[in-house]
Design a protein around this ligand. Structure first.
Ligand SMILES: C[S@@+](CC[C@H](N)C(=O)[O-])C[C@H]1O[C@@H](n2cnc3c(N)ncnc32)[C@H](O)[C@@H]1O
Length: 228
């Protein structure tokens, strides 16, 4: 395994001569994904930090986060219509001008909406652990490299799960493949950020959080890639 304190910079000779900071070989192909239906380029607040939540569910965390962090703009993306509708209803009555609820698949939306090194943090709270389809786990997807390219250096991806093997594998992947420093913590029993978190903790399950930091100097194949 590579040393954490020294991200490995290795030349990739097959596609380009850009030195990559990670070991993921298979390249994501953003040019093959069309914008989501009814996509419009959002207006981002230039005076706020930009945070993205992927899989926001009914928006409990998003609403709390936006209220508690007025200097951040939170883009909270949910693709399941029934959940999004419940979220959007609460968001419209909350009048939080720094919260942007998005009904879309987060992958094409992020490709078409976000510039390189434009975001200050990502939340992935209780994603489906995909035990039978590990290729669909966020850190196993080639898209993860694209997501890293949209983050500013020094910013964090926060992943939470009640499935300990999922966090084990994600941490291994973060260290060995993506060369990201990680911090792993148990979620406090009285935490109540999301509906799934409340449900798992009420059942007496343990929940875990993995914080991954993008190093200040970090190269991906998408650092200059912009949707046209
Ligand atoms: C297990 S639920 C957790 C919801 C919420 N974060 C919580 O903790 O209560 C995972 C959510 O992620 C959403 N999701 C999964 N993949 C997504 C994607 N590519 N884009 C947007 N949402 C996605 C699902 O629709 C689902 O609502």
């Amino acid at each position: 395994m590579s040393s954490l304190s020294q991200p490995v910079i290795k030349p990739i000779s097959d596609l380009t001569s850009i030195p990559l900071s990670h070991h993921h070989v298979r390249a994501f192909k953003p040019e093959q994904l069309s914008p989501p239906r009814d996509f419009t380029q959002p207006d981002f607040a230039h005076d706020k930090r930009l945070i993205v939540e992927i899989g926001a569910g009914k928006g409990k965390h998003a609403l709390q986060y936006a209220a508690a962090n007025p200097n951040d703009q939170l883009i909270a993306i949910e693709r399941t219509k029934a959940k999004f509708d419940a979220f959007a209803k609460q968001a419209s009555s909350s009048n939080l001008h720094n919260l942007l609820p998005i009904h879309a698949d987060a992958i094409p939306w992020i490709i078409h909406a976000l510039a390189p090194a434009s975001i200050d943090g990502v939340y992935l709270l209780y994603p489906n652990p995909e035990p039978h389809n590990p290729n669909q786990q966020w850190l196993n997807m080639p898209f993860f490299e694209f997501l890293l390219s949209r983050l500013k250096g020094g910013s964090e991806i926060i992943l939470a799960s009640n499935v300990e093997p999922y966090i084990d594998q994600a941490q291994h992947r973060a260290l060995a493949t993506w060369c990201l420093p990680t911090v792993r913590e148990q979620v406090p029993n009285d935490s109540a950020r999301t509906h799934f978190e409340i449900k798992y903790l009420a059942r007496g399950e343990r929940c875990w959080q993995l914080t991954m930091t993008k190093p200040e100097v970090y190269h991906t194949r998408f650092d200059s890639w912009l949707a046209v």
